[in-house]
Structure formats: structure tokens, C-alpha cells
Design a protein around this ligand. Structure first.
Ligand code: IPE
Ligand code: IPE
Ligand code: MG
Length: 228
């Protein structure tokens, strides 16, 4: 059995959930089936994180660039998001999970925005763990919008204006499906994050592999530029 020492647990784990389309293609199924199965992985990772006592988990669910996919895939993903937000309410309430969405909300439809507001409101009291979905997000968008608002406020503290203000920078970033890139995710916030890449496709990424990644993280020596 894999044991993770509590002091070596990350505060914030973030996931670039990749490989849903390939998972479906391997089975001769529609890409959306892969996304559908990917939601099961999000639930499994959420449950495991609560059990472990992790304070923040976040998932890159839809990038700004993903708007360029087919209309069928984009609308399928939006419907899936809406449905998942309704279905997972009991999981969030039962476990003290606060739900948040970070991204360019202006590009999301009225129904999705309404669903987000409702779920964020209903789970606002959750204090055991915060779960963040990055939707219609890109790191470059985030830095641009922060720079604009920072200038308008006459400030020089970019962290206060990033869409992630108040959220600790990720300690660990896990990307599935074998791709080894950031794909315009949290460009600023990942400055000192530890990366774990796995060939496993997101719909197959479940608790055992998560624990293995946490064990790998625990073995890393984070120096932050200093000499130890
Ligand atoms: C990740 O899986 C989910 C999203 C980006 C929405 P993909 O849809 O990118 O799956 P692949 O990379 O095509 O296999
Ligand atoms: C990154 O996956 C974005 C999300 C997981 C939401 P992509 O599949 O869009 O990334 P690229 O195109 O392979 O870099
Ligand atoms: Mg992909």
C-alpha cells in the first residue's frame, strides 16, 4: 500500500486532464464518451483528496483554445459541465467542499453561468477543501486581465489581480495522456510547481495512480532557488 506522509502532502494539486478523446477513440466511441468518463475520474480524485486532507484541488477542464473545437464537442462539454454541477452537489455538501470556477466567464453561456453561480453559492460555506474548475481559462488571458485591472487600480501587486487571487499557487501539477506541456495553463502560478507527467489517459486516472503521484511529489526536493 502507498503511504503519503502528511507533512509531505501538497496544499494545492492541479490537474491538466488530458486524453479523453484518445480514450474514446481507442474504444471506437465518440469523443464525448471520453469526457463523460473523465467526470468519473474527477469524482474519484475529489473523494481521495478529501480523505487525504488536501486543501485545494483544481482541474483544467476547458481552455480558451478549446473554443476552437467543433461546435458539437463544445456544446457537448458545456452540457456535461451543467449536468455534473447539478449531480455533484450532494458530494460537495456532504464533504464540506467549496466549489469555484475560474476563467473568462464572459465567454460562457447564460445557463452555464447561472449553474456556476448557484453551485458556488450553495457550497460557499465548505471549509474542508476547495475544488476549482478552470473553464474558458488561459494563463495569458489571466495575466492580461490582471495587468489591466492592476494598472487601473494603480497597484503593482499582480497576484492580487490574477483570477486565482487568494488561492495558493499549485504545489503539484499532474498532466495525463503523455503530453509534456503547459498548454497555456496558469503561467504565472506554476513558477515553482512540481510536475508529474503520466501516459495514463484521464478517464483511466484514478486513486492508485494519484497516490503514486503524491508519493513521487513527497520525494522531490523543493529548493525555491536556495541552497540546502
Ligand atoms: C481533455 O481531453 C479534455 C479537454 C481538453 C476538454 P482531450 O479532449 O484533449 O483529449 P485528447 O487530447 O484529444 O485525447
Ligand atoms: C489542455 O488540453 C487543456 C485542458 C485539459 C482543458 P488540450 O488537449 O487542449 O491541449 P493541447 O492542445 O494538447 O496542448
Ligand atoms: Mg488533449
Amino acid at each position: 500500500m502507498i503511504m503519503v506522509i502528511p507533512e509531505k502532502l501538497p496544499v494545492h494539486v492541479t490537474f491538466i486532464m488530458d486524453g479523453n478523446g484518445r480514450w474514446a477513440k481507442q474504444r471506437g466511441q465518440d469523443r464525448l464518451k471520453g469526457h463523460f468518463e473523465g467526470v468519473e475520474s474527477v469524482r474519484a480524485i475529489t473523494e481521495a483528496s478529501v480523505e487525504l486532507g488536501i486543501k485545494f484541488i483544481s482541474f483544467f477542464a476547458f481552455s480558451e483554445e478549446n473554443w476552437n473545437r467543433s461546435e458539437a464537442e463544445v456544446s457537448g462539454l458545456m452540457s456535461l459541465m451543467l449536468r455534473a454541477m447539478k449531480n455533484e452537489l450532494p458530494l460537495f455538501l456532504d464533504n464540506g467542499i467549496r466549489f469555484r470556477v475560474i476563467g473568462n466567464r464572459e465567454r460562457l453561456g447564460a445557463d452555464v453561468n447561472e449553474g456556476i453561480d448557484t453551485l458556488e453559492g450553495l457550497t460557499a460555506g465548505g471549509s474542508r477543501m476547495t475544488l476549482i474548475i478552470f473553464m474558458s481559462y488561459s494563463g495569458k488571458w489571466d495575466i492580461s486581465q490582471a495587468a489591466r485591472r492592476m494598472a487601473a487600480a494603480g497597484s503593482d501587486r499582480i497576484e492580487d489581480f490574477l483570477a486565482t487571487a487568494g488561492v495558493p499557487d499549485p504545489d503539484l501539477m499532474i498532466r495525463t495522456s503523455g503530453e509534456q506541456r503547459i498548454s497555456n495553463y496558469m503561467l504565472w502560478q506554476l513558477a515553482y510547481t512540481e510536475f508529474v507527467f503520466t501516459d495514463t489517459l484521464w478517464p483511466d486516472f484514478r486513486k492508485q495512480e494519484y497516490l503514486a503521484a503524491l508519493e513521487e511529489y513527497a520525494s522531490r526536493d523543493r529548493r525555491f532557488g536556495k541552497v540546502k
